[in-house]
Design a protein around this ligand. Structure first.
Ligand SMILES: C[S@@+](CC[C@H](N)C(=O)[O-])C[C@H]1O[C@@H](n2cnc3c(N)ncnc32)[C@H](O)[C@@H]1O
Length: 340
């Protein structure tokens, strides 16, 4: 089956105007996947909910609030590094590149790169890929501020978006993956994912990845447990989402946010703790769930890296590194690479 026909079967296309179109899997497929994944991740001894389900409209809005918190250093640090690339990044680009972004969210950091593209191109093409509906809203916002922009959004998983991109055309892509979202993968999943990105890339494509670095435990722990409790709301919101979309009856008062830095595995671990022994029904997943008092549901890992791990990770998944940029405190890294 040709790639185009496959895309037509898998996605519904929304053409907003001559500058904005987006593709989204059919609603029935999204709900079925959500219900099935929740069934298999909660119907086991060590329970988990994958972090991609955090991002309904409310979850995406809460994440944007997290990005502005004093404790959440990754966003402002990565923005500072991106802003320092205004003369260096163009040295690797030319006027034939398109910008592709994995997990684009509110597309705030994107603007710094779009500004760089705008100095080189009369017309800029941008393909954001994000599982959240926030993509449509942030694309419309970008188009208000950039006259020369054309957007094709993919509202789907990273993997779905990469498959969409594969064989899309011959144009060169700068693929960006910011916010250390890569840190949510387990080491094995992460390697497979980088290999998938690598195999999607053409020889002249570029890949820019933002990765958070190992640092003092107190800085890491407060970034994921802020004093205003926004991260706690973000974590608990996934249960509200399951209530709304899968007809469940989680009582949010019976859960609390818990996070800790695991030094051995170099990751911040985030959980929802059951405050009582309780039963919950998730109707659309056909699931009756029993939780003991203090039982943990794992919701996110945020792996942190040191620089030699960043280099090894990229080298072992088929990349050649062109440059690694850091902030003054060496808290965060941005690495530009291409296929080896
Ligand atoms: C941590 S936020 C980062 C947003 C932005 N890139 C930044 O650096 O601030 C992760 C973004 O990736 C999206 N996302 C998470 N898991 C995803 C997945 N498996 N596939 C596609 N998008 C995903 C979320 O909806 C969210 O917008």
């Amino acid at each position: 089956m040709s790639n185009t026909i496959q895309k037509d079967l898998n996605y519904k296309k929304f053409v907003i105007d001559s500058k904005l179109q987006y593709f989204k899997p059919h609603a029935s497929k999204i709900e079925k996947t959500f219900a099935e994944e929740i069934y298999s991740s909660l119907n086991r001894n060590s329970k988990f909910i994958t972090p991609k389900f955090f991002y309904d409209k409310k979850g995406s809005d809460l994440f944007e609030q997290i990005c502005t918190l004093p404790e959440y250093y990754p966003t402002r640090t990565e923005i500072a590094i991106l802003k320092s690339l205004q003369t260096e990044l163009p040295m690797y680009l030319d006027d034939t590149f398109r910008l592709v972004e994995l997990g684009s969210g509110a597309s705030v950091k994107t603007r710094i790169i779009l500004d760089i593209f705008a100095t080189m191109q009369a017309s800029v093409e941008y393909i954001p890929i994000d599982i959240s509906e926030i993509l449509a809203e942030s694309s419309e916002q970008l188009l208000k501020d950039y006259d020369n922009l054309h957007i094709t959004g993919i509202i789907d998983t990273y993997e779905g978006g990469l498959e969409f991109l594969e064989n899309y055309d011959d144009k060169k892509n700068l693929i960006i993956f910011l916010g250390s979202s890569f840190g949510n993968f387990s080491p094995n999943e992460g390697k497979s994912f980088l290999q998938k990105i690598n195999s999607t890339m053409k020889p002249n494509d570029l890949f820019l990845i933002g990765l958070d670095l190992v640092k003092e435990t107190h800085i890491l722990e407060s970034a994921y447990d802020d004093s205003q409790g926004i991260t706690a709301q973000f974590n608990l919101n996934v249960l509200s989402r399951i209530n709304d979309e899968l007809e469940a009856n989680f009582d949010l008062n019976n859960f609390s946010h818990y996070s800790t830095y695991n030094e051995e595995y170099q990751r911040v671990e985030m959980y929802l703790k059951s405050l009582t022994s309780q039963s919950v029904v998730v109707s659309k997943s056909n699931l009756l769930l029993h939780l003991e008092k203090n039982e943990l549901i794992h919701t996110e890992h945020s792996h942190k890296f040191n620089l030699s791990q960043v280099r090894n990770l990229l080298a072992s998944t088929g990349f050649k590194i062109h440059h690694v940029w850091l902030d003054d405190k060496k808290h965060f890294s941005l690495t530009l690479a291409s296929k080896n």
